[in-house]
Design a protein around this ligand. Structure first.
Ligand SMILES: Cc1ncc(COP(=O)(O)O)c(C=O)c1O
Length: 374
């Protein structure tokens, strides 16, 4: 049987009757925009992730854009960020007319290297935008220190990291705001697009509440030029059902990661490193090796899926070349793009799948080393 990167059918089958009931409830209520499911989901997710406020929006991308806007980021401002992420992180900065200032990553964690951030601050810097990539939080202690010292906003892209922790505090308890994505294959996925902003700051929550609703300050009165970006009731109803399972799913991902690491460590492949004090939620289990493309083909021939997140660093993408970066400017990010490979880790993997993928990788490594050594 093929081992896949995600299995949304299995997930639906496991909760079919509850999800069908929840959908029916919304249809019968005929409340489709900003109804009770959105409010309850906002409360539930904020509480579980140690934030005072949750604000549901139309996507993870909008969650970043609106958070930056709420922190005052606009035309000509600089935002320090990572080039090794999904394009939405950078796109949100550019859509506001601000300028992404790229800082290289730490190759052990694939996250923004906090030690390099301060040297890139200028009088135009307004915010720092790290990503908690693959489900592990960036070094928020160090980043908060830099943000506080220079009076900058700290917005974290937590699209892949719902439930993750840093120093015992969950993802929503850090920075000015943290953004989530409910893209269907995320750890908590909707049946369409959706996102949320988590924050402890009432002023930011109020601003995003207004910005997501056209900048409205009351009935047909507009304080700001806003967006039309609400999480809809149908998605919220589905997410509330799925949220009940999220802890179990995360634990399954953590068990899978443990097996991968124990089987692959010492094989010559770089296994992901979890920084002390972090709780990883394993949206992806991502290894690193020079022969990445051959391994991908080797696994594919055995009906084992794998994926490259991400094959191209953002500073070198045609759309972002306007910011003047060249190949070699951010060597760790560029190297990661050549070497990373994510392995199947979702909670619905069939029994023994992680062991089988690991054994295939060890076989690949063995074959490679016997070819290399005479
Ligand atoms: C790191 C990261 N940031 C932002 C996003 C954007 O989220 P969405 O697709 O919900 O807009 C995603 C996911 O797609 C992501 O993985």
């Amino acid at each position: 049987m093929r081992i896949q990167m995600a299995d949304l059918h299995a997930q639906y089958e496991a909760q079919k009757s509850e999800i069908d009931d929840a959908l029916k409830g919304v249809l019968e209520s005929c409340r489709f925009i900003l109804g009770p499911n959105v409010s309850l989901l906002e409360e539930e997710i904020a509480r579980e992730n140690q934030a005072r406020f949750g604000v549901g929006v139309a996507s993870g991308t909008d969650a970043i854009t609106l958070s930056l806007a709420a922190c005052g980021v606009g035309q000509g401002d600089e935002v320090i960020t990572t080039p090794f992420t999904f394009v939405a992180t950078t796109e949100s900065i550019s859509q506001l007319g601000a300028v992404p200032v790229y800082v290289d990553i730490d190759l052990d964690t694939f996250n923004l290297d906090a030690a390099l951030v301060e040297s890139r601050i200028t009088p135009r810097t307004k915010a720092i935008l790290p990503v908690h990539l693959y489900g592990q939080m960036a070094d928020m202690t160090a980043l908060q220190g830099v943000a506080d010292k220079h009076g900058l906003a700290l917005v974290a892209d937590g699209a892949q990291a719902i439930g993750a922790e840093h120093r015992g505090v969950s993802v929503g308890g850090w920075g000015s705001a943290t953004t989530l994505s409910f893209f269907p294959t995320k750890n908590l996925g909707a049946y369409g697009d959706g996102g949320m902003v988590l924050t402890n700051r009432e002023d930011i929550a109020d601003k995003i509440n207004s910005l997501r609703f056209h900048g409205s300050g009351g009935t047909y009165s507009y304080q700001d030029i806003g967006w039309c970006s609400r999480l809809d009731e149908i998605q919220a109803a589905v997410l509330r059902v799925k949220l009940r399972k999220l802890r179990d799913w995360t634990q399954a991902r953590q068990r899978h990661a443990q097996i991968y690491t124990s089987m692959l460590e010492g094989s010559g492949i770089h296994v992901p490193r979890v920084i002390e004090g972090n709780t990883h939620v394993w949206h992806q289990y991502t290894i690193r090796l020079e022969q990445r493309d051959s391994l991908k083909e080797f696994l594919k021939a055995r009906e084992m899926a794998s994926a490259v997140y991400y094959p191209g660093a953002l500073h070198l993408q045609p759309a972002y070349q306007r910011y003047g970066y060249r190949e070699g400017d951010l060597p760790n990010a560029e190297r990661a793009c050549r070497e990373v490979l994510s392995l199947p880790i979702h909670p619905d993997l069939p029994e023994g799948a992680v062991e089988r993928v690991s054994e295939a990788i060890l076989e690949f490594q063995k074959a490679g080393s016997s070819v290399k050594s005479p």
